[in-house]
Ligand binder design. Structure first.
Ligand SMILES: C[S@@+](CC[C@H](N)C(=O)[O-])C[C@H]1O[C@@H](n2cnc3c(N)ncnc32)[C@H](O)[C@@H]1O
Length: 283
């Protein structure tokens, strides 16, 4: 091919590429629901991908405490409502324990409200951001309760740093490796049921291994956990609670053991924002 001919072909290829890609890059994005993991604390521990969605979102669905952590990213005028109201606050958690069926009814109602709202917004090509603390796939109530049957076609999940990662960093110790067989992420109700009647066989088997056990939502049932663990583990089993992991001003580490933890817990009133980690890793 002669040089001018080559330049002509090259220009043609560039022209075709630019104009065929343009509609993809500049087309208005279709409506979509993003579930964003906001990390354990504030904007310094959220992924840039999550921040980019916060910046472009038309509508937010989030509880006040997450909104409070992201004042410069969440315009209050764009917050539609708290999707977990009545199903994931202190009163609701009590109701879940005392009247589970009534609580499930509330969840179903909420699920419908969220679904109808989000689908309407999507049909109007809006970007909806639903915010979950930590990582949405680790005990995140959005995916777990509200969006169970939501069409994945309209959904994108943005991962976040879970409380486990921030708590491990606070402890400055490796949670896996170094002779540890595996790490287990759980919660008291997942392992022992809501009435603590289950899980004995599992715990007995686990006691044969060197495991890092991570319990979410555990502080309020610590007495029952200690009772269970005391059946299969010695009193010097290392335990730690990391409160407000990742918060630069509030993070606190409590190192203890199975035999001492109930006494040590008397030093603090916090019953929610703490992660319990058990095993040699936290010694
Ligand atoms: C419903 S779960 C949500 C977990 C969240 N999706 C995550 O990945 O961290 C709530 C529990 O997570 C733990 N948690 C959440 N954020 C925390 C933090 N910054 N420090 C310590 N524990 C935290 C507490 O055990 C709390 O009771």
């Amino acid at each position: 091919m002669t040089k001018p001919k080559f330049i002509q072909v090259l220009l043609f290829v560039i022209f075709v590429s630019v104009y065929s890609l343009a509609p993809i890059s500049y087309a208005k994005e279709e409506g979509k629901l993003y579930v964003i993991g906001t990390g354990p604390a504030g904007p310094d521990l959220i992924a840039p991908r999550g921040l980019a969605v916060l910046e472009k979102a038309d509508i937010f669905l989030c509880p006040p405490y997450i909104q409070k952590n992201f004042p410069q990213y969440i315009n209050p005028a764009r917050v539609a409502f708290n999707p977990w109201e009545g199903i994931h606050d202190e009163e609701a958690i009590k109701l879940r324990k005392t009247d589970y069926a009534k609580w499930v009814q509330r969840v179903e109602k909420r699920k419908k409200k969220v679904f109808d709202f989000v689908m309407d917004a999507i049909s109007r090509e809006k970007t909806v951001a639903m915010l979950d603390c930590g990582d949405p796939c680790v005990y995140g109530p959005s995916l777990y309760w509200l969006l169970k049957e939501f069409d994945h076609k309209y959904l994108e999940v943005i991962p976040g740093i879970s409380a486990f990662n921030a708590a491990s960093a606070a402890l400055k110790k490796p949670m896996a490796g170094e002779g540890i067989n595996f790490v287990m992420l759980t919660a008291p109700h997942s392992m022992f049921g809501r009435t603590f009647e289950k899980g004995d066989d599992l715990l007995k088997d686990l006691s044969k291994y060197n495991v890092t056990m991570v319990f979410y939502m555990a502080i309020s049932s610590m007495d029952r956990l200690v009772e269970k663990f005391s059946r299969y583990y010695p009193s010097d089993l290392p335990m730690a609670i990391v409160y407000y992991a990742g918060y630069s001003d509030k993070q606190m580490v409590l190192k203890s053991s199975l035999g001492k933890i109930l006494d040590d817990l008397k030093k603090t009133d916090e019953k929610w924002m703490g992660l319990l980690i058990i095993g040699k890793a936290v010694k």
